[in-house]
Design a binder for this molecule. Sequence first.
Ligand SMILES: NC(=O)c1ccc[n+]([C@@H]2O[C@H](COP(=O)([O-])OP(=O)(O)OC[C@H]3O[C@@H](n4cnc5c(N)ncnc54)[C@H](O)[C@@H]3O)[C@@H](O)[C@H]2O)c1
Length: 462
Amino acid sequence: MAFDYCSVYNIKLLHKAAAILKEHRAPMLNVLSKRLRNRLKMQSLKYEEQTLEISGVLIAFLGMKGPNTASLQRMVSAIVYEGYCHDGIYVIMIKFSRFRIVPTSLAKPDMIAFFMTTRQIQIPLGVVLAIPPFNYPVNLAVSKIAPALIAGNSIVLKPPTQGAVAALHMVHCFHLAGFPKGLISCVTGKGSEIGDFLTMHPGVSCISFTGGDTGIAISKKAGMIPLQMELGGKDACIILEDGDLDLAAANIIKGGFSYSGQRCTAVKVILIMESVADTLVEKVKAKVAKLTVGPPEDDCDITPVVTESSANFIEGLVMDAKQKGATFCQEYKREGNLIWPLLLDNVRPDMRIAWEEPFGPVLPVIRINSIEEAIHHSNASNFGLQGCIFTRDINKAILISDAMETGTVQINSAPARGPDHFPFQGLKDSGIGSQGITNSINMMTKIKSTVINLPTPSYAMG
Ligand SMILES: NC(=O)c1ccc[n+]([C@@H]2O[C@H](COP(=O)([O-])OP(=O)(O)OC[C@H]3O[C@@H](n4cnc5c(N)ncnc54)[C@H](O)[C@@H]3O)[C@@H](O)[C@H]2O)c1
């Protein structure tokens, strides 16, 4: 909201504003303006949420010699709606409507005034279209459905073909639990056949999508609606000379081969310092040898990948690496869609597997000679989902993390999406926006303001 705040920090204008507010009808405003009149030098703020009949914007002017503005800002950071610093005077607008301003040692603002009130609400967008991927057809549907409903929207779920039965069952459970049928609907069908109809439908007000490059195409077609895109990744695992190699090897196995590598945040390339590469590769090889391979019914570690075309794609990456001279740490083996875990050493940047996402149990190792080389390779990727660093030097790790163009960096652990309330986001071709309950609710709502103009000059009258 545009505020002409510069014109009101003048004390006379504040008094005038107070007088106007006092006379102004709303009883609540009277209370507040009385406070203002009586306590221009306020010691604390004590407005309880429930005492407010309308929401408002509080403008606190804090002189430089007054409180410790930095600590004040920290204290109110959760409730500050907007803040400015102008000519050494802090102007902080605090949104009342949904928060309690608990008292407080909130230092001593030099003065406090109301000069305009707004009612601000978050309104739902309408219909949210949720499209999850095959690898987490329920979890990644729920992480879209819950915030959409909490925010007051209705939802159309388009599950992945390979996860449609689970999604239909879940939506059936919602209906059995009493959800109105139109509030949550499920539409099945091949993405390539019904996708455009849904994503370009004028009734859809927001799309929350998780999947591969399809998301990039959808973004280009969708039009003027908010988009949440969680797409692919090529998460690098950077291991420095001082890294704990046993820990790194264990995380490479967990991060690279769980779900047979079919995870967006799987470790998808190892960038290891040459001096410790042989040791690390031997440790990973020993662990790969222990992975069980077979059907999911036998609870095997490595199971068939989702489709034949997916297996063919992975094989294409493996054959390209073979032709260009990568070292095979295991024999390449495939039966139908079942691909045995494979570590490819001495991978070079001219190989496809150095850049492309196999989404299968095949992991490339690129040997590097400097940290800069690792960062350069990670940042040269068109993806930017996550990455991880193994080192005992936390300061170095933070510097590398800051230099990496990814949405999240894990230090001394494999990349992972984390609990659903964690912010989760990808940069570049890995996504638009950020997931996590709060972020999703904000994305699936729009701010709407009603400004109650008082008879005093304000931007609306200018
Ligand atoms: N970043 C993340 O949070 C995250 C999480 C899991 C998976 N992924 C990514 O998902 C990919 C694997 O999943 P996938 O194979 O299901 O991805 P995909 O892009 O092929 O499909 C994702 C979803 O889009 C649907 N779809 C396909 N064509 C469509 C179209 N034209 N219009 C609308 N919808 C369409 C599919 O039916 C499916 O429900 C990998 O790239 C992986 O990295 C990302």
